[in-house]
Design a protein around this ligand. Structure first.
Ligand SMILES: Nc1ncnc2c1ncn2[C@@H]1O[C@H](COP(=O)(O)OP(=O)(O)O)[C@@H](O)[C@H]1O
Ligand SMILES: [Mg+2]
Length: 209
């Protein structure tokens, strides 16, 4: 059975879809990966369509789009035939978000290293706690070192929350690769962005064990 990672955070624009796509491509190097888009905005689905037509898409991925009562079944089905299933969720706390979190081995919450992003994650954290799911936070668009980042790290630790020790910086490479249906490990395997994503994959795999 594969591991299911639900990328969730009530705040829009925190990088859920971008992160799901980047992690999926990097994880697919040596594993069977499915991505499940349950956001009605369908950005990950569009990314997948671009990907299907790109000769630069080096890694094979399964892409699925679903919502509603069939979601749990779809997750089970994908789990049976893949090593990792990444679910990209909408920026709301609704029944689909609950279904995705319920079916997840890990709830991955991207956030800018600033207090309002942690405040915005409260609904997702509460839902994960209700469903007794493991949670990992990951900093996105993070400056290497800032007072605010340090302050937030302290706040996260004080609350007993788990923060992945690999953060993603703000890099045009992420958005550029996404716009072409690709991952940074495909568009620029030697770039800092690709390094960050590979490090995030290692941290993520460790968090799943
Ligand atoms: N680390 C990053 N560096 C540069 N651009 C980013 C980064 N993370 C996200 N973005 C861009 O920010 C926008 C919002 O990200 P997205 O993944 O769509 O957020 P969400 O799915 O949480 O609403 C997208 O255009 C995305 O490409
Ligand atoms: Mg999104």
């Amino acid at each position: 059975m594969g591991k299911v990672i639900a990328v969730a955070q009530q705040k829009g624009g925190s990088g859920k879809t971008m992160l799901a796509a980047q992690l999926a491509v990097a994880l697919a190097d040596g594993a069977r990966v499915a991505v499940l888009d349950i956001d009605p905005q369908g950005s990950l689905t569009i990314w997948g369509k671009l990907r299907a037509n790109s000769p630069k898409a080096a890694q094979a991925l399964t892409l699925a789009t679903i919502s509603g009562w069939r979601l749990a079944n779809e997750v089970e089905k994908l789990k049976a035939s893949h090593d990792f299933v990444l679910i990209d969720t909408p920026p709301v706390i609704d029944s689909d978000a609950r279904r995705a979190i319920r079916g997840a081995d890990l709830v991955l919450i991207p956030l800018n290293p600033a207090p309002p992003d942690l405040w915005a994650a409260e609904g997702t954290l509460k839902l994960a706690a209700q469903e007794k799911r493991k949670v990992a936070l990951i900093f996105n668009r993070a400056p290497a070192a800032s007072r605010l980042r340090k302050r937030l790290e302290a706040e996260i630790a004080a609350r007993g929350l788990f923060l992945l020790d690999s953060a993603l910086a703000n890099r045009a490479g992420y958005a550029n690769a996404f716009a072409d249906g690709l991952g940074v490990t495909e568009t620029g395997p030697t770039t800092q962005a690709a390094e960050e994503i590979r490090a995030a994959v290692i941290a993520l795999k460790a968090a799943l064990t």
